[in-house]
Design a protein around this ligand. Structure first.
Ligand SMILES: Cc1cc2nc3c(=O)[nH]c(=O)nc-3n(C[C@H](O)[C@H](O)[C@H](O)COP(=O)(O)OP(=O)(O)OC[C@H]3O[C@@H](n4cnc5c(N)ncnc54)[C@H](O)[C@@H]3O)c2cc1C
Length: 496
């Protein structure tokens, strides 16, 4: 490496840009100089508000104090996602984080539950989940008492105001040496070999770099508009291509979970924050007009709307390469899948981790670039399949949108997962795919995919032993949730 500092230039200061800047500031030494360009004139998407538990690792890696972070971002806790009216109108289930029951011998808990249910057991799988039971009562606590070592700790994520989170991280990054440049990038200059040389701002300033991180959002200013990387369009599997978002006054239940309610041409999110509730209708423009979406959204709010509905457009999919030449796309510039399972901010986090793993110490090496792209594509595709499952496995036939989803062809790998589960209740995960067996279990069951039988080894317990096993777990969960404070009470006490 040359004696001169290597320059990393980040284009864009939304959640992705500032998460990247904060991480680089935290982990890189003085041999690297990090600059971030953003334009107040353009602004950010700023609606990403729900996360998954891995965000805790990101915050811990930066050394953020959890209560301080929640206070500054008006954050709340999230134990899972409740899905309302997805399978059919009137039906609901929860995809809760964390374990369900506990494994016994060679088998995961759900094999015993399948036997219990086949024998007439009436409790749903959610009755054996600490998170689901707490969520059902709007309760929350961080730690289950050590006395109850039979239960794993609560697994939780956060809801927060994404714009405040970006601001919080901006402060963090600037304090650690990241230089922010305000201005609109008007031109991207390339070298003879096609790699990026410099970004030219509206005021004529030229910002060079060795490595460029494209965090410019959907427009993909560097990765697409300049490098013409190409995009894999997945809208035949994920047909929603628009969202109408609106915050409303806080009213109704202060839930420690996100709610997703199926609508005639998509679904509506409800995300409780401390100062307001975030809402949005994600829909297919082939099946619904923007005006109809806005009207449906406004008719289904808990409290008074605090702004006009804001339209957003997108195409589900990903760039053919996330890293192309000396440019790495992170955030919406790399791809987008609707927020049904709150995965976008997580994808920013894993892209940053991958960037740090393959950080070049000179010219980027093709082997590193290829492996980065292979891992990123795998991660996107497995999340895609999980999202597609929600749309495909439905009984709904009440609108052309749901008819399309129910009858559409699906990716082969997803079909394999459905077949394995619907026969013997087997759940197969590959490598580091994001969603856990328990995540797949809850969504498969919740979407009406029911196994024909259970694993033969689950029959090794006598009927009495099975009943005791199930009753003990249920009793511990009831005892623990009974002692928990309400979500509102916990937030008020620790991070309001
Ligand atoms: C409807 C919707 C709902 C979502 N909900 C969730 C959710 O619940 N959970 C979740 O994890 N994620 C969610 N997301 C995704 C989440 O919002 C994004 O992943 C996240 O905000 C990262 O966005 P970004 O930083 O990549 O892009 P942006 O927020 O668009 O930021 C782009 C940045 O680039 C700058 N920029 C662009 N062009 C130029 C230029 N020419 N010159 C200078 N600067 C420029 C802009 O000023 C801005 O700072 C949602 C997204 C959408 C669309």
């Amino acid at each position: 490496m040359s004696a001169e500092a290597r320059q990393i230039t980040i284009a864009g200061g939304g959640t992705a840009g500032w998460m990247t800047a904060a991480s680089l500031a935290r982990f890189l030494d003085k041999r690297y100089r990090v600059r971030l360009i953003e334009s107040d004139q353009i602004g950010t998407v700023g609606v990403g508000e729900a996360t998954i538990p891995q965000i805790q690792l990101f915050n811990q890696a930066l050394g953020l104090d959890e209560n301080d972070f929640l206070r500054r971002t008006q954050g709340t806790f999230k134990l899972g996602i409740q899905f309302v009216d997805w399978l059919r109108p009137g039906h609901r289930y929860i995809h809760a984080f964390g374990q369900i029951g506990r494994p016994l011998g060679l088998l995961p808990f759900h094999q015993y539950w399948l036997r219990y249910r086949a024998g007439g057991g009436e409790l749903g799988i959610d009755a054996f989940s600490l998170n689901a039971s707490a969520a059902a009562q709007n309760k929350f606590t961080r730690q289950v008492k050590p006395a109850n070592a039979t239960l794993p700790p609560m697994t939780y994520a956060f809801h927060f105001d994404a714009s405040l989170y970006a601001k919080y991280l901006r402060n963090y990054a600037e304090q650690r040496g990241v230089v922010r440049i305000e201005g609109k990038i008007e031109q991207v200059q390339q070298r003879h070999d096609g790699s990026i040389d410099a970004l030219v701002l509206a005021n004529g300033e030229r910002v060079g770099g060795d490595l460029f991180i494209d965090c410019s959002g959907f427009r993909g200013l560097l990765i697409e508009q300049t490098l013409k990387t190409g995009y894999d369009d997945w809208s035949h599997w994920l047909p929603c291509d628009r969202a109408m978002a609106v915050p409303c006054a806080r009213a109704g239940e202060f839930t420690p979970y996100t709610r997703s309610t199926a609508r005639p041409a998509g679904w509506q999110w409800r995300i409780p924050l401390q100062h307001r509730t975030g809402n949005g209708y994600v829909y297919s423009s082939r099946h619904l007009s923007d005006d109809e979406a806005a009207a449906t959204l406004l008719a289904n709010l808990d409290g008074e709307a605090l702004a006009d509905p804001r339209p957003l457009r997108f195409v589900a999919g990903k760039r053919r390469k996330f890293w192309n030449r000396n440019c790495v796309a992170i955030g919406l510039a790399g791809g987008f899948m609707e927020p049904l399972e709150s995965t976008s901010i997580h994808l920013v986090q894993t892209a940053i981790a991958r960037l740090l793993t393959f950080l070049p110490d000179g010219e980027p090496r093709q082997a590193d670039i290829d492996e980065f792209n292979r891992q990123a594509a795998f991660e996107y595709e497995r999340i895609r399949d999980f999202l597609v499952l929600h749309y495909k496995a439905v009984e709904r036939n009440d609108t052309p949108f749901w008819d399309y989803c129910r009858t559409m062809p699906i990716p082969e790998e997803l079909q394999r997962k459905i077949d394995l589960f619907s026969t013997g209740g087997r759940i197969v995960r590959h490598n580091d795919e994001l969603f856990t067996e328990v995540g797949w279990l809850q969504v498969l069951l919740g979407q009406g995919v029911n196994p024909a039988g259970h694993h033969p080894l689950a029959d090794q317990l006598s009927a009495g032993e099975l009943a005791e096993f199930m009753n003990t777990i249920r009793a511990v969960i009831q005892h623990e949730t009974g002692a928990m404070p309400t979500h509102a009470g916990f937030v008020a006490a620790h991070c309001a």
